[in-house]
Ligand binder design. Structure first.
Ligand code: GLN
Ligand code: ZN
Length: 811
């Protein structure tokens, strides 16, 4: 990419208003989860008017709040109108309604109307006859987006009225709100939209068959068409009075795409050159979140003529002078207030970065959050139950707005503006280092003493023989992934215990009753390896966080995970250790009720990290190893209590995979090592299981092997069971249970389809290593469908076992 100065006709519009300090987005669920509740009430059949009212009230509150916190300039407040998901909204605003939904009577329309809310609800949740859009992880976060579907014969149609209506709604609300100025519309940008989308073949595709299937990479062929649709949206926003528009291009921070980088960057340049060339348009602000934008992308955006670029300086690196040169004269928004963590910004470091940026960049600099604040809760000031010292280290969305503005003061008013804040922050940091739970010498000493052999088990063949003798399982052993239906009865018991309405003894009796029921049902079904059912766990990470030292849990710290689903991630703030056994008594009790083996059930270190907010004062690998040592104690105690099979779940192993390919080997090295530290206390005759929860795992298959588990159960059914072939090609020789039915749907799988999958697994892989199981935990399902499905699983397994018995082994 060249860095020649822009030609005069490429110059930004003469009167570009300054881009003020800002945040890229704000939590959309409401401080008391009003939006979640309104969505669910509507989905249960409530009037859509109540949902629209709740959305309107949330927008009004957000404008008032952000203005009150000091985002007072024009274009400072992001008008992120999405309720369910910003990618889903972009699909709808681009008129991309998949054929199956059109055939069911849906059509593109404004997502803010009653009809539009019905459409986005249907796209997200499906209907009784139509499958929903696929839901998948958003970059390396625990947020999930709805994957746009690009079909060969479905074109884009810009919903200009919809973006105008939405913008006007925000603008009018702002006019009624004290202190609020003109908001700034936000939209996912075209390049990220295409990369996050998938190309699907229409069932009715004229060529039919495999010819009709679109190659994934071909979705980029639709760029010109998409650029035309976005251009129409930009023109409409201009006419409606928007001064700036935020076009987010987070996909540029990742280089793991299936489209070559040069093609992506060329596409970027083409798209934004077209936008910049529009005669009537808002000024263009293109933030790149979740990592380093890349000098190639900055050069393309600079050459195209966008007015502002946003850099993620929490996750990403500050570009060198040469990298910034193509942006000369344009605004750079420094994303130095982290949108992915809950810690107060390190003021000295942030001010230093701003100074460096000002030195390197020839043009205006402003301050922003590194990502949208949708990943953090609303307001840390509400957490009055916490140790006040620890609470003082936290910054949720509202506190982060304050930090953005304070740091902007450093730019405008000079270094003195920050003096007070800098001193406060430094003393807070010193206290934090010395906090007795942040540094626990015994934990550190133990970690220092870990030897390489503490991460190794006996040779796999030796273990296999020992386990065969100890367990005596049939071929294709049947099992489940751990949880059984979390009935309202179970939730009531846990809630009553939490409130203090049910005492410890009453609680333990109630949970034992649930365990006994769960064991009896599994025995009646004839499963081979049983589980206790996880009735005592609200959530597989929160449960461990509540029982380990080093974590706090919040009262109001909800964040959106997907749709109406919210999580309250634990906050890992200190050195982690286990004050007492956690799961041992429940597991022992379950085992006492049956002669069949009962699996102990733990959550692995990487998943605990991934689904918590994690301390930022030491490397993740060190934190992972601390968790691993705590879990290792649990493994030892389970084993001592007679547990023969222990499962350590790592559903999030792939989620934390770095977006930059070059960083992946190092991540996989420490994550695998910490899993092994947690698990290698298992003796040769203890069978170690792990469970992983995603289907496209080709990139991590070596790492899965390196976990050195005896049995791995995997999600497989949603991806058409392709993993089985991939495992065979890889020569996977450990126990493997490719999930034979998709537990995410209430549908009971037929015996025949289960037989077919088991046959396939036993054919493609060595039948001696194959297990028979669903593809994830059953906690979201009801008992009726669960029992029916498991009965089919047991019957199907019996059929395939009989077939295998007729074929001599090894043929
Ligand atoms: N053992 C957990 C369960 O069954 C695993 C859940 C998961 O993979 N996310 O619920
Ligand atoms: Zn799972």
């Amino acid at each position: 990419m060249t860095t020649t100065p822009a030609r005069p006709e490429d110059q930004p519009p003469a009167q570009v208003p300054a881009l003020p300090a800002t945040v890229l987005g704000y939590p959309r669920i409401g401080p008391n989860r009003a939006i979640k509740k309104a969505l669910e009430a509507h989905w249960r059949g409530g009037d859509v008017a109540a949902l629209r009212e709740a959305i309107h009230a949330h927008r009004a509150r957000t404008l008032g709040r952000l203005a009150g916190l000091g985002l007072e300039s024009d274009s400072a407040i992001p008008a992120d109108g999405a309720v369910i998901d910003q990618v889903l909204d972009a699909s709808v605003l681009l008129g991309l309604v998949p054929r199956r939904f059109r055939e069911a009577g849906f059509s593109a329309t404004s997502p803010d109307t009653g009809e539009g809310l019905a459409l986005v609800s249907a796209l997200a949740r499906g209907t009784s006859t139509v499958e929903p859009l696929e839901l998948t992880k958003w970059f390396d976060t625990n947020y999930h987006y709805y994957v746009p579907e690009i079909e060969p014969d479905v074109g884009f149609s810009a919903q200009t009225d919809a973006v105008v209506e939405r913008f006007r709604a925000f603008r009018d609300l702002a006019a009624e709100t004290a202190g609020a100025a003109l908001p700034r519309p936000t939209l996912l940008g075209p390049v990220s939209f295409l990369l996050l989308a998938k190309a699907v073949s229409s069932a009715e595709s004229p060529t039919g068959g495999t010819d009709g299937a679109l190659a994934q990479e071909s979705r980029f062929d639709r760029l010109d068409e998409l650029v035309a649709a976005y251009s129409a949206l930009l023109g409409a926003l201009h006419d409606a009075g928007a001064a700036w528009v935020q076009l987010e291009e987070p996909a540029l921070a990742s280089d793991g795409w299936d489209v070559p980088r040069e093609q992506i960057v060329t596409g970027l340049r083409t798209a934004y050159t077209a936008f910049a060339g529009l005669t009537a348009r808002p000024a263009l602000f293109v933030p790149v979140s979740y990592g380093t934008a890349g000098d190639d992308a900055l050069a393309a955006l600079g050459a195209a003529g966008v007015e502002a670029v946003g850099l993620d300086l929490e996750r990403g690196a500050l570009p060198a002078k040469e990298g910034l040169a193509p942006l000369a004269g344009r605004t750079v928004a420094a994303g130095i207030v982290g949108g992915l963590n809950v810690w107060r910004t390190d003021v000295a470091r942030a001010a230093g970065l701003l100074d460096q940026l000002r030195e390197r960049h020839e043009g205006p600099v402003t301050v922003s959050s590194s990502t949208s604040l949708l990943h953090v809760p609303h307001d840390a000031a509400r957490e009055t139950q916490l140790d006040p010292q620890v609470a003082g280290w936290l910054a949720f969305a509202d506190q982060k707005v304050g930090e953005v503005l304070a740091l902007a003061g450093h730019l405008t008013a000079g270094p003195d503006a920050l003096e007070g804040l800098r001193a406060d922050d430094a003393s807070r940091r010193r206290l934090r280092e010395r906090h007795p739970q942040v540094r626990v010498e015994a934990v550190r000493r133990r970690l220092d003493e870990v030897l390489p052999e503490d991460r190794r088990r006996a040779a796999a063949e030796h273990r296999r023989a020992a386990q065969e003798a100890a367990l005596d399982l049939p071929p294709l052993p049947t099992t489940t992934i751990g949880s059984f239906p979390q009935t309202s009865e179970i939730r009531r018991v846990r809630a009553a215990h939490r409130r203090g309405a049910l005492d410890q003894q009453g609680y333990e009796e109630a949970i034992r009753g649930q365990i006994a029921d769960c064991i009896r049902r599994q025995e009646d079904l004839g499963l081979d390896v049983l589980v206790h059912g996880e009735a005592e766990r609200n959530d597989m990470v929160q449960y461990f966080a509540e029982n380990l030292e080093g974590f706090i849990t919040t009262t109001h710290g909800w964040v959106q995970s997907y749709g109406s689903r919210c999580l309250r991630p634990p906050i890992l703030f200190g050195d982690v250790h286990r004050p007492a056994p956690i799961t041992v008594e429940w597991t022992r009790y379950a085992a006492s009720l049956t002669r069949r083996p009962v699996k102990g059930m733990l959550t692995g270190p990487v998943t605990i990290l991934a689904w918590s907010f994690v301390r930022d004062d030491q490397p993740l690998a060190a934190t992972a190893d601390q968790i691993a040592l705590a879990l290792r104690d649990e493994v030892e105690d389970l084993q001592a209590a007679g547990t023969r099979i222990i499962q350590v779940d790592e559903p999030a192993l792939r989620e934390l995979l770095p977006l930059q390919v070059a960083h992946r080997p190092e991540y996989l090295r420490w994550s695998v090592e910490s899993f092994r530290l947690a698990t290698s206390a298992a003796k040769p005759d203890t069978q170690l299981h792990t469970h992983l929860c995603y289907s496209e795992f080709e990139t991590v298959i070596d790492a899965i092997d390196a976990l050195d588990a005896d049995v791995t159960t995997l999600e497989a059914s949603r991806s058409g069971f392709e993993v089985v072939t991939a495992l065979a090609e890889h020569g996977f020789s450990r126990g493997i249970g490719p999930g034979v039915w998709d537990i995410h749907s209430p549908r009971v799988p037929g015996v025949d389809e289960l037989i077919e999958r088991l046959r396939l697994a036993a054919e493609v892989l060595d039948p001696q290593i194959v297990w028979s199981n669903p593809d994830c935990g059953l906690k979201t399902r009801g008992w009726e469908e669960t029992e029916a499905s498991l009965r089919h699983l047991v019957n199907a397994t019996a059929v395939v076992r009989a077939e295998l018995a007729r074929v001599p082994a090894g043929v």
